[in-house]
Design a protein around this ligand. Structure first.
Ligand SMILES: [Zn+2]
Ligand SMILES: [Zn+2]
Length: 400
């Protein structure tokens, strides 16, 4: 142990360690201490701790823990303290107040939402950084999607600063929603399964999941068109080797846009809070896994779910693989990565360019990118996009 620290200092990073609130270098400084503690835990405990951490960071990055909290309270009969807890908000401009807006106690919700979310983001997020990266930095070829390439310390810091800003915005929106719901504001959320029957209770799981994933696919794809890409989404693509912290490192406008689209079902269809937030948890969990840069693979019971390399490819090759939890959308719309195509940041619209259309330099750069991938991140541990000389020759031959 301690070897990885030496490696980092060779890059000039940890020579003089200064506590930096916007970097997780503390996990590197205390790596040996954390590891001494970690070593004595049974492996099942370690596994569970890691999984719980991913979920905790997941519900914190959008501030959604406060919504879950409110729904549990309402499930058990809490109806709010405000005078509008009956559900009808009597609004008059002359008597404008938080109470008249159905937002009694908003500032407490807001404070707790931000405070707890930041604490989880930095502390548990820091732990995940240690768990994914610091702990086994020396053996990257065993687990990393792009084992030869690392995000620079500057970009690691960049994604935490941007992520913190987005977190503030999302946690504030969540606090607003939670407070409004707690005070009995209008929504189509229900708590008693019998209100709409068991059939709808079970049907809404796939309805919510498919709605959110398909909408996110299209939004993501639209944010990859030249204007929106250059002005907003490009920020998220500074990280060619994404890490768990990249997941919320997106432009605030885009972050808010996604959040508002995601909560829409709470206002238009009868939604039981439980499936809604379990689906949200699933999505956040995979957001972290898919950005982790680690060769995680989907389980047998998730046939819709791509492996982590799918979104890692999106960061490495830019305009391709726009989906998140259901890769079928890309297959359906022809934006799934193809072996016979070249993708770069300048080739828009998700279809890439044919091998016989690109310049020699572009092809050379592309083949080099492919070489830097890890076969262990693919199914059967075989590099899915590696081109043999014979295949390459056949593709370069002009079509008749
Ligand atoms: Zn993107
Ligand atoms: Zn991403």
């Amino acid at each position: 142990m301690g070897n990885h620290k030496k490696k980092r200092s060779q890059n000039g990073n940890l020579n003089r360690w200064i506590p930096d609130p916007m970097a997780v270098t503390w996990t590197e400084k205390y790596s040996d201490t954390i590891n001494n503690f970690w070593k004595i835990l049974p492996s099942t405990v370690r596994q569970s701790l890691a999984t719980i951490s991913i979920f905790l960071v997941g519900i914190s990055i959008n501030g959604d823990w406060v919504n879950i909290f409110v729904h549990i309270a309402r499930q058990f009969g809490y109806t709010g303290r405000g005078k509008n807890s009956s559900g009808d908000v009597l609004f008059k401009w002359s008597e404008m107040s938080l109470e008249s807006l159905g937002l009694q106690d908003f500032w407490s919700y807001w404070m707790y939402s931000c405070l707890v979310s930041y604490l989880m983001y930095f502390v548990i997020g820091g732990f995940l950084h240690w768990y994914f990266y610091v702990r086994r930095r020396d053996r990257a070829e065993e687990w990393k999607c792009q084992p030869k390439k690392w995000l620079s310390p500057e970009l690691e810091r960049h994604e935490i600063i941007l992520g913190s800003l987005t977190l503030f915005l999302n946690a504030s929106t969540s606090a607003l929603l939670a407070c409004y719901i707690a005070n009995g504001g209008y929504s189509t959320v229900y708590y008693n399964v019998a209100d709409y029957g068991w059939l709808w209770f079970f049907l809404q799981w796939p309805v919510i999941f498919i709605y959110q994933d398909y909408v996110t696919y299209w939004m993501h794809r639209i944010y990859h068109t030249p204007f929106l890409y250059r002005n907003f989404h490009k920020l998220h693509h500074k990280y060619k080797q994404p890490t768990a912290f990249s997941v919320t490192a997106i432009h605030p406008v885009e972050a808010l846009h996604i959040q508002l689209m995601d909560i829409l079902p709470l206002f238009i269809i009868p939604t039981h809070w439980f499936p809604f937030y379990v689906v949200a948890l699933y999505t956040y969990y995979h957001g972290i896994i898919d950005h982790s840069g680690v060769n995680f693979k989907a389980y047998w019971w998730q046939p819709w779910q791509p492996d982590a390399i799918f979104h890692d490819n999106h960061h490495q090759y830019f305009h391709v693989n726009f989906a998140f939890n259901i890769d079928y959308w890309d297959k359906l719309h022809g934006t799934y990565r193809r072996k016979d195509r070249v993708y770069t940041e300048d080739i828009f619209y998700g279809k890439g360019k044919r091998i016989d259309e690109v310049s020699a330099e572009e092809l050379k750069a592309d083949l080099k990118e492919r070489e830097s991938e890890n076969p262990l991140a693919y199914r059967d541990n075989k590099m899915e996009f590696k081109l043999s000389n014979r295949e390459l020759k056949a593709m370069k031959r002009p079509k008749k």
